[in-house]
Design a protein around this ligand. Structure first.
Ligand SMILES: [Fe+2]
Length: 195
């Protein structure tokens, strides 16, 4: 708490992600897919290139992850994330402040975070169909990054601009994403640290 207070008081930016100290043993079952929640990207020759979020049709993964992380409850929404593009532009998420990602295939993609330049005139556009998320086209500077691997579990501050950069997009990069708009990244890290 003291460290968090000092960071906030002196406007020091904390690292906006945290790798948890265990590997998940989950595998993904396509039969759990219920429906497409939302996708952002382009279609070419009937193929989609971008990022998709799928809703699942049962509580299997909730039940599994709660054994390790009991904080994951009704205040989280679960999506199956599928990325079929080499680049996801810098953005902040809509409708969620913080996510816990359980990675499957990662393609060694880099998740790049950015700091917002304090005096820059922001030139950004709203995500289509989104409420509070933004895509950034300028006024940001690369800060921290990580490269997830199969089985890794990360907490991400998705209210901080972030992008994904891959060398390849096949097979698609995929993860289970438990998103919440209730807890900030800092709050969630503090809760999970106590386990
Ligand atoms: Fe995102």
């Amino acid at each position: 708490m003291v460290i968090t207070y000092l960071f906030q008081k002196f406007h020091i930016k904390m690292v906006p992600f945290k790798k948890l100290n265990f590997k998940h043993q989950l595998s993904f079952d396509n039969s759990f897919i219920k429906e497409l929640k939302i996708r952002y990207g382009d279609e070419k020759n009937n193929l989609f290139y971008g990022i998709e979020y799928w809703l699942l049709n049962n509580n299997y993964y909730f039940d599994q992850v709660k054994k390790k992380l009991p904080i994951i409850d009704k205040n989280f929404t679960l999506y199956f994330m599928n990325i079929t593009s080499k680049t996801i532009l810098p953005h902040t998420d809509s409708g969620q402040k913080t996510v816990i990602n359980f990675y499957f295939n990662t393609n060694n993609c880099i998740t790049q975070f950015y700091s917002i330049n304090p005096f820059a005139v922001q030139s950004s556009v709203k995500w289509q169909q989104r409420n509070d998320g933004q895509v950034f086209t300028s006024g940001i500077t690369p800060s921290y990054e990580f490269t997830a691997q199969l089985g890794d579990v990360y907490i991400l501050d998705v209210s901080t601009p972030h992008s994904v950069v891959c060398d390849t997009c096949y097979p698609p990069r995929s993860a289970l994403c438990f998103g919440t708009n209730l807890y900030t990244f800092t709050e969630l890290c503090e809760i999970i640290n106590e386990y």
